[in-house]
Write a protein that binds this ligand. Structure first.
Ligand SMILES: *Cc1c(COP(=O)(O)O)cnc(C)c1O
Length: 815
C-alpha cells in the first residue's frame, strides 16, 4: 500500500486507494521516472520477492494431518476491498475476511460468489433526509479480475437449464485473494437474452424469482464452475463444501445429481453430500431466513436442471413440515441443515439461539442436543488495523502484526499511544468533513458549502461511532430516545461528546429510511450540528477510518437479535472501547475493563419500555463513566486510566477477535472432520454410503415401534448423596432393530420445575440380555453433586457414521 501511495500520493487518495485505478490514472512520465529510480525498483523487487514467498511457502495448514486438498466456500457476497463492492454488510465482509485469513494460513479454499454488475447500491441523502439509491455500473476491465478460459482462448461458460427450454449461461471471473481463488459468476454475456443477462445485475436487487435465479446460479452453477476451474487449471477438487448462510444451499443438490450420475440413488448420494457439507447460519430472526414459494421451486426443478433428481425429493428437503411451518413455502435454512451434517452459528450466544430456533427439526431432543455448534466470527487484523497503529507496533517491536504485540510493555508510553489515537481521530474528522462537503456538492451543484462544515467535529472531543445496516432490531435511533438528554451530552460544557453515524437501509425498507431521516433531521439542528453527523454511503473505505477514529464504538441491538456483529471487533483492534448491549460477540468478550455493557431490559413490559430503560442506561454510562474517564487527564494531557483500558483491549482482545482464530476453528472443528467423514463414506466405491442409506431407512421404518417399556433403579436413597451410584436397568422394545442399532442412555441432571432437567449429562447403558424383541440394558451413574437430581432413559439411533445422537431426529424416551 505504501508503495502504491508513493507512486503519486494525490492520485492514490483520489482513486480511493485502488491500485489498478491508480496505475490507470497516473501520468506516463511519472512511471518512466520511477522506472529509472533505483531505490524504487529495488523496493518493488523486494516486495515482489516477499509476495512470491507468501504465495508459495508452507504455512500453518500445510502441517496438519488429514487436511483436505481443497475446500469450497460459497457466499452470496464478498467484501474483499473497497474497489470491489460485492457486499451489502456484515455477511460479505466476514466472507472476505475468511478468505484473507485462509490465505495467510495456507488454507486451500476455492471460493464462489456472483459478480454483480452494480454491486450493492450507492447511498446519497436528499435534502429532506431521505435515502436515495443509485447503482453505478462496474467495469470488470478496471478491476483485478480475469476471465477463466479454455486452452483455445474461449471463455469458460457454465449453463443451467431453465423452464420452457431456456438456459442461463454465465462466465467465470477469477479473483486472486492472496493464495485463495475466488470465482465470481456473471450472467452478463451475449449467450443470454436481456432478461437473463440481468440475473446478476445487483446484490439482493429483487425478490422472488430473480433471487431464486441468483441462488440457483450460485449453488448449482457454483459447483459446475468449480468443476470447470479444477479441470482447466489442474488444481485439486474440493472435498468439503462450506455454505455461508442458506443462499448457496442448492450446491448440495448439484452434488447429489453428480453422484446419481455415478450410479448412486438419491438417498445414498445424500449421505455423501451431508458428510462433506458445512452450513453456517447467520440470522437469529426467523423473518431473516430465505424462503421461496414452493410452487416456484417446483417449476424450476421440473426441468432438466438436475439430471436424476426428482422434484419431490428437492421439495422434501426444504419443506416446513413442522409445527408453525408453512407447507406452501420452501425454506433455504431448513434445506441447509438437512444437506449438511455439520452446522454452526456465529457466536456462542447465537449458537444457543439457533439451537432453540431450529430445534423443531430435531423434535424430542433438548436444546443442548440440537446439532448446531458455534464458531465466533473474527476479523482480518492486517486489513482492519490502521497503519498508524501498525507503525507504532513495528517501531517498538519490529513486529508487523498488532495481534502479537505486547501492548502492556513500557516500551510504548501512554503518551505515544495517545498520540496515535489522536492522529486516528484527526483522520476521521478530516475524512468526515470531506465526505460531508462532497455530498453537499453533489446535491447542490455549483453552490459553495456552508462555512460551518470546516468546524464539523472536533479532533479533541470524545468520539462515539455507530455504523451498521439499518434493520429495525439494530435500533439506529435509540440514541434519540431522549433528545434533551442527548443534547446535553453533546453540548456538555467540560465533557462534550460527538457522534459519527453511518448506515444503509435496504432499498425496500421504508421504515429503515425513516430512521435515517430522523437522525439526519436531528443532526441538522443548529445547536448540535457540529457534534453529530450522518455520513452517507457506509462502505469498506469509510469503515477503515471510522473504526480507528472513534474512542467508543456503540452497538445497541435488541438482544439476542445480533448474531455476532463484527464492527465492534474491528474497532477494538484499533484500541476503541466498546459500549454495547451484551449481544453477539460482546456477550462473550466483555470483561468490565475493555468497555461497557448496556444492560438488556429483557423483562421490560413492552418494546417501548425496553427502549426507554436501555437508552437511559446508555446515557448514564456515557455521562457518569465514559466521559469522566476520557476527560480525566494527567499533567501531560493524557487520560492514563483510559489508556490503560486501550492497552488491555489491544492485548487481550486482538488475538481472539482475529479471523485467523476463526479460520483455524473452522478447519479443526468442521473442515477436517467433514473431510474425514466424506472420505470414509466414499471409500470402496461408496459402499458405506449405500449401507448407511439402507440402515437409515430400516431405522426410520422400525422407529414407531421402539419403546422403553420398563425402568428400574437402585443405589440411591430419597436424598441423593455425593458418592452414591445410581444403578439403572431398562427394558426396551426394539421393534426389529438390534441392540447395536441403538444407544440407550440415561440423561441426568438437576431437576427444575417438576420434570425439567438442566445441566444434563449422558451415560450409556450396555445391553445385557436380548430375548428376541425386548432387550435389557443396564449401567450406572456416579452422582457428582448433592441436591435435586432427576434422570430419564432414552433410546436414540446409533451408527458410526452419525455425527451426533440427535442427527436423525429420532428418540424414544421413557414416559
Ligand atoms: C464490518 C462491517 C459491517 C458489519 O458490521 P456489524 O457490526 O456486523 O453490523 C458492515 N459494513 C461494513 C462496511 C463493515 O466494514
Amino acid at each position: 500500500m505504501q508503495l502504491f501511495a508513493s507512486i503519486a500520493p494525490a492520485v492514490w487518495d483520489e482513486t480511493g486507494r485502488d491500485p489498478i485505478a491508480l496505475l490507470g490514472a497516473v501520468e506516463r512520465s511519472r512511471l518512466d521516472e520511477l522506472a529509472a529510480d533505483d531505490d524504487f525498483v529495488a523496493r518493488t523487487n523486494g516486495l515482489l520477492g516477499e509476495l512470491h514467498t507468501y504465495l508459495s511457502e508452507p504455512r500453518w495448514y500445510q502441517s496438519l494431518p488429514d487436511a483436505p486438498a481443497a475446500i469450497a466456500y460459497f457466499s452470496p457476497e464478498f467484501g474483499i476491498a473497497a474497489a470491489l463492492p460485492q457486499y451489502s454488510g456484515g455477511l460479505g465482509i466476514l466472507a472476505g475476511d475468511h478468505l484473507k485469513s485462509a490465505s495467510d494460513l495456507g488454507v486451500p479454499i476455492i471460493a464462489v460468489g456472483l459478480f454483480y454488475r452494480s454491486g450493492y447500491f450507492r447511498q446519497a441523502i436528499s435534502r429532506e433526509g431521505w435515502q436515495q439509491e443509485s447503482y453505478p455500473v462496474l467495469d470488470p476491465d478496471g478491476l483485478p479480475l480475469s476471465v477463466l478460459r479454455h486452452p483455445d482462448g474461449r471463455a469458460a461458460l457454465i449453463t443451467l437449464a431453465l423452464p420452457d427450454g431456456r438456459a442461463l449461461a454465465a462466465r467465470i471471473w477469477r479473483v486472486a485473494v492472496g493464495r485463495v481463488t475466488l470465482l465470481l459468476l456473471d450472467t452478463d454475456v451475449p449467450e443470454n437474452d436481456d432478461e437473463l443477462r440481468s440475473v446478476t445485475d445487483r446484490l439482493y436487487g429483487g425478490g422472488g424469482e430473480h433471487r431464486l435465479l441468483q441462488e440457483l446460479l450460485l449453488g448449482i452453477g457454483g459447483v459446475r464452475a468449480i468443476g470447470l476451474y479444477t479441470r482447466l487449471t489442474g488444481s485439486p477438487e474440493p472435498l468439503v463444501f462450506h455454505t455461508n448462510e442458506g443462499h448457496a444451499g442448492f450446491l448440495g443438490l448439484e452434488r447429489i445429481s453428480d453422484l446419481i450420475g455415478g450410479g448412486l440413488s438419491f438417498a445414498e448420494a445424500l449421505q455423501v453430500v451431508r458428510a462433506g457439507t458445512v452450513f453456517t447460519t447467520h440470522t437469529p430472526v426467523p423473518a431473516g431466513i430465505d424462503r421461496f414459494e414452493a410452487s416456484l421451486v417446483t417449476r424450476y426443478f421440473s426441468t432438466e436442471l438436475l439430471p436424476g433428481v426428482d422434484v419431490a425429493e428437492v421439495l422434501a428437503l426444504g419443506t416446513e413440515n413442522y409445527e408453525g411451518g408453512d407447507p406452501a413455502m420452501f425454506n433455504m435454512a431448513v434445506m441447509g441443515l438437512r444437506l449438511g451434517q455439520r452446522a454452526n452459528g456465529v457466536s456462542k450466544l447465537h449458537g444457543e439461539v439457533s439451537r432453540g430456533m431450529f430445534g423443531y427439526l430435531w423434535p424430542g431432543f433438548d436444546e443442548d442436543d440440537v446439532p448446531i455448534t458455534s464458531v465466533t466470527n473474527g476479523v482480518h487484523a492486517p486489513s482492519w488495523t490502521d497503519p498508524l497503529l501498525l507503525q507504532l507496533a513495528s517501531s517498538k517491536f519490529g513486529a508487523g502484526d498488532t495481534t502479537s504485540a505486547d501492548w502492556n510493555s513500557p516500551e510504548i508510553s501512554d503518551w505515544d499511544l495517545w498520540q496515535v489515537r489522536g492522529a486516528m481521530r484527526q483522520q476521521l474528522v478530516t475524512d468526515a468533513r470531506r465526505r460531508v462537503g462532497d455530498a453537499w456538492h453533489e446535491q447542490n451543484p455549483g453552490v459553495g458549502d456552508p462555512a460551518w462544515y470546516s468546524s464539523l467535529l472536533d479532533p479533541n472531543i470524545l468520539t462515539i461511532g455507530f455504523a451498521r445496516r439499518v434493520p429495525t432490531y439494530k435500533r439506529l435511533t435509540l440514541m434519540l430516545h431522549d433528545e434533551d438528554r442527548l443534547r446535553s451530552l453533546l453540548l456538555h460544557p467540560t465533557r462534550p461528546i460527538q457522534i459519527v453515524i453511518a448506515g444503509k437501509s435496504h432499498p425496500a425498507d421504508d421504515e429503515g429510511k425513516r430512521l435515517i431521516q430522523r437522525l439526519v433531521e436531528f443532526a441538522a439542528e443548529i445547536d448540535v450540528r457540529e457534534r453529530i453527523v450522518f455520513l452517507p454511503n457506509y462502505d469498506i473505505a469509510m469503515a477503515k477510518l471510522l473504526y480507528p477514529g472513534t474512542d467508543v464504538w456503540l452497538n445497541n441491538p435488541l438482544r439476542p437479535l445480533e448474531a455476532c456483529g463484527t464492527s465492534g471487533m474491528k474497532a477494538a483492534l484499533n484500541g476503541s472501547l466498546n459500549l454495547s448491549i451484551l449481544d453477539g460477540w460482546w456477550a462473550e468478550f466483555y470483561d468490565e475493563e475493555n468497555g461497557w455493557a448496556i444492560p438488556s431490559a429483557d423483562s421490560a413490559g413492552d418494546g417501548a419500555e425496553r427502549d426507554k430503560l436501555e437508552a437511559d442506561s446508555m446515557y448514564d454510562l456515557i455521562e457518569h463513566q465514559i466521559a469522566p474517564r476520557f476527560y480525566d487527564r494527567g499533567d501531560d494531557g493524557v487520560p492514563h486510566r483510559w489508556v490503560q483500558s486501550i492497552r488491555h483491549t489491544l492485548s487481550t482482545l486482538s488475538p481472539s477477535l482475529s479471523a485467523d482464530r476463526m479460520v483455524r476453528e473452522y478447519v479443526e472443528r468442521l473442515y477436517i472432520p467433514a473431510a474425514v467423514a466424506e472420505e470414509t463414506i466414499s471409500a470402496s466405491g461408496y459402499q458405506p454410503a449405500r449401507e448407511l442409506a439402507l440402515w437409515k431407512s430400516r431405522v426410520i421404518e422400525a422407529w414407531p415401534a421402539v419403546h422403553v417399556t420398563h425402568v428400574e433403579s437402585g443405589g440411591v436413597d430419597a436424598v441423593p448423596q455425593v458418592g452414591d451410584t445410581l444403578h439403572v436397568r431398562a427394558q426396551v422394545e426394539l421393534g426389529g432393530l438390534t441392540p447395536d442399532d441403538v444407544s440407550v442412555e440415561v440423561v441426568y441432571g438437576r431437576a427444575r420445575d417438576g420434570d425439567r432437567l438442566i445441566d444434563t449429562q449422558h451415560a450409556v447403558l450396555e445391553p445385557t440380555t436380548d430375548n428376541g424383541g425386548e432387550s435389557t440394558f443396564a449401567g450406572s451413574v456416579p452422582l457428582g453433586r448433592a441436591g435435586s437430581f432427576g434422570y430419564n432413559v432414552r433410546v436414540v439411533p446409533r451408527h458410526a457414521l452419525l455425527a451426533s445422537a440427535a442427527e436423525m431426529g429420532l428418540v424414544a424416551a421413557a414416559v
